[in-house]
Design a protein around this ligand. Structure first.
Ligand SMILES: *Cc1c(COP(=O)(O)O)cnc(C)c1O
Ligand code: SF4
Length: 324
């Protein structure tokens, strides 16, 4: 194996290593991921599950679903099941019903999330009354979809989302950060604001996994942090996703953020806001006196308590205040 094949894999997340029963990945304490199919409405270049998708054959879980249910019964700490694939909404209705009914028999399961790109890629599927009637029968359903670009938000996808919401299913979104596609603040703002407009809550922004054949789509983690910096505070907090990097060796998702903590002591913390304003925040007056620094300027001045904030001049907000 050479360096490149070690880095770019068909299985960058080592999900098979955490597969406790065929199709069931148990990585985090209270939730599991169930691979329900290897079929999708389209095959994304950046898919992290290339080891399975579009390879024909069927996924084993149907024969072994009893084992999945037994595992869940024996692990009541698991309260959240993610139906993934492939795309569970491409399943024949009977299979989907079979899975959902099975999960319904486990009292400890509180939330079932469907991971599906159908609202984006084949929204007409969600105009089907039979499917919608089935979905509205389960109180535990949530849906995570996958819009990557504002151009994917169409009249059709809007209708599909509305149909899901009418079934009582909250819809969240997971975007993959793709170089040359959505790796800029303006495109990302347009996407996220567009999602809120159709009542989809942005949940995760994923750094692109090192799956095979995507090196041209992968950008730096620095870029992702820069984008979050351009979102948080600037646009509605409801539309700001959590940026996460999924670690190799099964390390799972780790959130990465711009740093808003400039300095701290036991009694005080120095923070910066999205505009660059630097503020000291005190929660323990007594401890404030313990601060030994002599320099009273800049950040040290804030810690020493000689001033309360440092503020950049001429920001829009400050100008608005002055003109009031
Ligand atoms: C992403 C993921 C989950 C869910 O994680 P959340 O942070 O709760 O969304 C669960 N299991 C696996 C294997 C995952 O990759
Ligand atoms: S829709 Fe999701 S599971 Fe299907 S190919 Fe695309 S990224 Fe992979």
């Amino acid at each position: 194996m050479n360096y490149l094949t070690i880095r770019a894999k068909e299985t960058p997340l080592e999900e098979e290593e955490d597969e406790v029963v065929p199709g069931l990945v148990h990585r985090y304490p209270d939730r599991v991921l169930l691979i329900t199919t290897n079929f999708c409405a389209t095959y994304c270049r950046h898919c992290t599950r290339k080891r399975l998708l579009g390879k024909g054959g069927t996924v084993k879980i149907y024969q072994e679903f009893e084992r999945v249910l037994d595992y869940l019964k024996n692990h009541p700490e698991i309260t959240d099941v993610i139906l993934s694939g492939g795309d569970p909404l491409t399943l024949p209705l009977l299979k989907l019903k079979f899975i959902l009914d099975g999960l319904k028999t486990i009292p400890s399961i509180e939330v079932v999330r469907i991971g599906s790109r159908i609202p984006v890629l084949l929204p007409m599927r969600l105009f089907d009354r039979e499917l919608l009637n089935l979905l509205s029968q389960y109180d535990f359903l949530w849906l995570n979809t996958h819009f990557n670009h504002p151009r994917e938000i169409t009249e059709y996808s809007k209708r599909a989302i509305l149909n899901l919401l009418k079934c009582g299913i909250p819809v969240n979104n997971q975007t993959v950060l793709l170089k040359g596609i959505n790796d800029s603040v303006p495109v990302m703002r347009e996407l996220l604001k567009g999602l809120l407009k159709i009542k989809v809550r942005p949940y995760y922004l994923f750094h692109c996994d090192p799956t095979k054949g995507v090196s041209h789509f992968r950008t730096s983690v620095y870029k992702g942090i820069e984008i979050i910096e351009g979102l948080r505070g600037h646009i509605s907090g409801l539309s700001v996703p959590t940026y996460v990097v999924d670690m190799p060796h099964g390390g799972g998702k780790i959130p990465v953020m711009p740093n808003y903590v400039i300095s701290m002591s036991d009694g005080k913390i120095i923070l910066r806001n999205y505009e660059g304003m630097i503020v000291s925040y005190t929660w323990n007056k007594k401890k404030e006196e313990d601060i030994l620094w002599e320099n009273k300027e800049g950040i040290y001045g804030l810690l020493k308590g000689k001033r309360g904030y440092l503020i950049p001049e001429k920001t829009e907000r400050i100008e608005r205040r002055r003109n009031r």
